[in-house]
Design a binder for this molecule. Structure first.
Ligand code: 13P
Ligand code: SF4
Length: 360
């Protein structure tokens, strides 16, 4: 047992309930919604801004991003798009680490977010002081951190990875004889360890959304839908990953849904992804993997409460007021840029579309 604290459980009060956030946003009438969308489109032009959204955000935000020349993607591609786009203002609809990543990669650009309250349980569960002590105690290990971390934690790392590239990076390091210290997601880390055989010391963080998926109930659902392909994000517990046909980042799961000749899919990730899945494969059937069953709390019910905080109303407000600007300490940003750049350069050498793995 490690003498270092690598597990920080969040008090229930730190996790907002998704349903109440959604209810307040859904109160908008269709006419008010259409008016607001038109207003935001004009503001984006006026502010020379581009909207970059994650697949888990509200459907309206995803549609708006695509209609206005912005982008909807996973966290790796969001970082890449924002970095390469010429807009002087990036508006990031997602969670705070995504806004911070955009700012670190683009210190000269203004980065706004609809809300600065949009946290992530992985980020919250990996405070930089405790993490640094853990790293200091293992100087022989290469430090690989998941993008779902603060700028300060990234600055303490050798490599930053997203779920779309984690396995490739660790495989590369393992092939070069390196031992790894991994943080913060224990499930993604465990999965990568199992796939690569690398020597990995794991921080014990978790995503409160994916952790709710249940292996036993998923097995029962699979039995009821024997022809369905099971798509699983690797932040899910090992029992759930073990039942997957495809394991991969959000983009990889969407690509699998599009490319597969199956017509039915069971999806174990945030249900915000269903919008894109239905868009790319309108004739297919997508079922949510179960979060219920013995011991289930279903606090988030397969939808991240922090992603749900991003709304049209707040987006309009930040564009009107220039508020909610992401600020990263320049010294920390400069240091965090090194492992982030390493990831982006490494990704250029890889065939991204072949990253998803699975048991199929
Ligand atoms: P992706 O990089 O696969 O989009 O995952 C980000 C995330 O936060 C998943 O919970
Ligand atoms: Fe973080 Fe989980 Fe939300 Fe992704 S879904 S942002 S990992 S809390």
């Amino acid at each position: 047992m490690s003498k270092f604290r690598t597990h920080f459980s969040l008090p229930a009060s730190a996790v907002p309930a998704t349903r109440s956030i959604r209810d307040s946003q859904d109160a908008l009438t269709p006419i008010a919604r259409a008016r607001l969308i038109k207003h935001i489109k004009a503001l984006l032009v006026k502010e020379h801004a581009v909207l970059v959204a994650h697949y888990y955000t509200d459907r309206d935000l995803q549609v708006l991003a695509e209609e206005t020349g912005g982008y909807v993607s996973d966290s790796l591609d969001m970082a890449r798009f924002g970095h390469e786009h010429p807009a002087t203002t990036l508006v990031v609809a997602g969670v705070r680490f995504m806004g911070e990543t955009a700012k670190i990669l683009n210190p000269e650009k203004r980065v706004l977010m609809p809300t600065l309250e949009a946290d992530c349980s992985l980020d919250m569960g990996c405070p930089v002081d405790a993490f640094s002590q853990f790293c200091d105690a293992h100087p022989d290990r290469t430090v690989v951190v998941y993008a779902n971390t603060s700028a300060a934690v990234k600055a303490r790392s050798d490599w930053v990875v997203t779920s779309g590239i984690a396995q490739r990076v660790v495989q590369y390091l393992h092939d070069h004889g390196q031992k790894i210290l991994w943080a913060p997601d224990q499930y993604l880390g465990g999965y990568v360890q199992q796939q690569t055989g690398a020597d990995m010391l794991l921080w014990q963080g978790s995503c409160i959304v994916h952790e709710e998926f249940k292996g036993r109930e998923l097995a029962l659902m699979k039995a009821r839908h024997p022809d369905a392909l099971v798509l699983v994000h690797p932040e899910s517990p090992a029992a759930v990953i073990g039942l997957a046909d495809i394991v991969g980042s959000t983009t990889h799961l969407i690509n699998a849904a599009r490319q597969s000749d199956r017509t039915e899919f069971i999806v174990a990730t945030d249900n915000g992804i269903m919008h894109k899945m239905r868009q790319v494969a309108p004739d297919k059937i997508f079922l949510e993997a179960p979060t219920g069953g013995a011991g289930a709390t279903c606090h988030s019910c397969a939808h991240c409460p922090w992603m749900a905080m991003n709304s049209l109303q707040l987006l309009a407000q930040v564009l009107e007021q220039g508020s909610n600007e992401i600020v990263v300490d320049p010294a920390i940003g400069k240091q965090a840029l090194i492992p982030l750049h390493r990831m982006l350069e490494f990704s250029k050498t890889q065939d991204i579309n072949s990253f998803a793995t699975g048991n199929a």
